[in-house]
Design a protein around this ligand. Structure first.
Ligand code: TYM
Length: 333
């Protein structure tokens, strides 16, 4: 007899604070698309998270819509997955308040992202920046997600989400599924092209340090040609060769090649050739995204229909979880 096992659930999110980088794509988004058949997927543009740093309202609105279209261009299929804008599903914020009462001040103080952002934005260390990981836990737990596909930088936030879930379940009985991070083996932390000891980030002041996934091929080539490497000129993956290791990881993801294969392809050749080939491979990997985005960005009505339907689908699940939580904690439902 064949049993139809229910699909496991996936949730992930991304901030609409600019065009996604190659790091976002390799570390997270490319995996989101590939999980849509096997899992019940929820993917959010997390605009509530974005306002922990001051945003221009018009820019935020435009970027949220552009980023939504960009997710579809990266292969998210709104017929298969709930692709939505976080603020359209108010249950996230409602659960976040409740979970904040199950989160310790000390736990939040230990979050490295809070420490980084509060030193970077020292003029605006707001409470939202501090409680950010609680909202992220709510995003995940409200769908009872089994897996959360993210880059390595989100690991600490996921551990906290699990701790909050365990604490709540211990007090009130089995309620939340304990989520597990799904961190790719290759490319979990794509590094800056100008400082390979720092993470590639779209908020970097130096635009040569990151590749945006909509950069035209000439710009991608230029950025890779300028990428920081080292003074020995041998293409091999080895401790201390941060720049080359990063480029090898990127090239490996873009071509499907292993490190030994890459090392033999470039044996006896200099870095110039390697950087050119990496640029070409990345430009080619991102070509379908660029083309699909150009097509979709004119389809405003279609995009609106997609995010409206995505929010309805997500809200139905989120609302049911919230009601269960209200009941368990003693609210009159
Ligand atoms: P955000 O918007 O900074 O990044 C989105 C995703 O991209 C990954 N990423 C990277 N991966 C590899 N190399 C890099 N250089 C790189 N830069 C970014 C991130 O790990 C992430 O997976 N807090 C989250 C958003 C969020 C979320 C959630 C994620 C809110 N709620 C619930 C998962 C589940 C963030 O700021 O991601």
């Amino acid at each position: 007899m064949v049993f139809n096992m229910p699909k496991k659930t996936i949730l992930s999110g991304i901030q609409p604070t600019g065009v996604f980088t190659l790091g976002n794509y390799i570390g997270a988004i490319r995996n989101w698309a590939s999980m849509q058949e096997e899992y019940d997927c929820f993917y959010a543009i997390v605009d509530l998270h974005a306002i922990t740093v001051r945003q221009d309202p018009n820019v935020l609105r435009r970027q949220s819509l552009d980023c939504y279209a960009l997710l579809l261009a990266c292969g998210l299929d709104p017929a298969k997955s709930a692709v939505f804008i976080q603020s359209h599903v108010p249950a996230h914020s409602q659960l976040s308040w409740i979970l904040s009462c199950y989160t310790q001040f000390g736990e939040l103080s230990r979050m490295t992202q809070f420490k980084d952002k509060s030193s970077r934005y020292s003029e605006n260390i707001n409470a939202g920046l501090f409680t950010y990981p609680v909202l992220q836990a709510a995003d995940i737990l409200i769908y009872n997600a089994h897996y959360v596909p993210v880059g390595a930088d989100q690991k600490q936030h996921l551990e906290l989400a699990r701790d909050i879930a365990v604490r709540f379940n211990t007090v009130h009985g089995e309620t939340f599924t304990l989520p597990e991070p799904y961190i790719p083996k290759e490319g979990a932390k794509v590094m800056s092209l100008t400082d390979p000891t720092a993470k590639m980030s779209k908020s970097d002041d130096n635009a040569n340090s990151y590749v945006s996934i909509l950069d035209p091929p000439e710009m991608i080539m230029k950025k890779f040609k300028r990428a920081v490497t080292d003074s020995d000129s041998v293409v091999c993956y080895k401790e201390g060769k941060d720049g080359v290791n990063n480029l090898m990881t990127i090239y490996g993801v873009a071509t499907g090649m292993t490190n030994p294969q890459i090392e033999s392809e470039f044996a006896g050749k200099g870095y110039g050739d390697f950087k050119t080939k990496t640029g070409e491979a990345v430009a080619e990997m991102l070509r379908p995204v660029r083309e699909e985005y150009a097509r979709l960005s004119a389809e405003k009505d279609y995009i609106r229909d997609c995010y409206t339907a995505g929010a309805e689908r997500a809200a139905a699940v989120a609302q049911a979880t919230l009601r269960e939580v209200y009941d368990k904690i003693g609210f009159v439902v």
